[in-house]
Design a protein around this ligand. Structure first.
Ligand code: ATP
Length: 205
């Protein structure tokens, strides 16, 4: 089964695009979803986070205070490296397992692997055969990410500056979906590219 990487900058519409692929029956593996699962209450990695970074990053109920922890690692490169060393191998292993399960259980000709930081992290380069970028104007990225994550404009811009530039991302894409319109348009464009992917997957079998 062909693996198509789906990526894009913060607030570009990756999750909405992934949801539409899933709605039309395409198996989806999402690294952000896996990262959330691995840091849920009761997971060994959450205990490691509390041990290494301190209990201050836990809420009263024992769950991870994601906003506080995200800010901490974003502003401290050494701490970010520590977190990456802890969590990336576990995310990678679970993603490979889910991709293999889909390969085994689904008759779909391709599956989607959502990788928010594909070009910042070369761990997944050999896994995906094609790259689909969800792209939108930076003004849309900013307003959508601000509304979704309760971030200020400067916080969103700081995150955008830590990601590869839009031009770099576009230059590395095999396919691009522009998400400057409505959610309905985005969903229609996903359905159209799905038809194209089905055709190319069948031809390349
Ligand atoms: P992140 O990198 O922050 O996880 P993302 O790329 O996964 O973001 P989404 O979560 O899909 O982006 O979209 C960000 C927000 O913008 C969401 O609230 C989503 O519903 C909204 N959104 C996405 N596309 C559109 C659109 N075309 N019209 C209106 N709202 C949109």
């Amino acid at each position: 089964m062909i693996v198509i990487a789906l990526t894009g900058g913060i607030g570009s519409g990756k999750s909405e695009a992934a949801r539409q692929f899933a709605n039309i029956g395409v198996p989806v593996v999402d690294l952000d979803v896996i990262a959330h699962e691995l840091t849920a209450i009761g997971e060994p990695i959450l205990l490691d986070i509390a041990r290494i970074f301190g209990n201050d990053f836990l809420n009263k109920d024992g769950s991870l205070n994601r906003t506080k922890f995200r800010e901490h690692v974003f502003n401290n490169p050494a701490e970010r490296l520590k977190l990456e060393a802890l969590i990336h191998p576990a995310i990678h292993a679970r993603a490979l397992k889910q991709l293999a399960d889909n390969n085994h259980n689904s008759r779909a000709p391709y599956q989607i692997l959502v990788i928010p930081l594909l070009f910042e992290n070369n761990r997944y380069e050999d896994i995906a055969q094609k790259v689909l970028v969800i792209d939108c104007d930076e003004s849309h990225q900013i307003t959508r990410a601000m509304a979704r994550n309760q971030l200020t404009e400067s916080e969103v811009k700081a995150i955008m500056n830590a990601q590869v530039t839009r031009a770099t991302r576009l230059s590395l894409a095999d396919e691009v979906i522009t998400n400057n319109g409505s959610l309905t348009e985005l969903r229609e464009n996903i359905t159209l590219i799905h038809k194209k992917f089905i055709k190319t997957c069948i031809v390349s079998k």
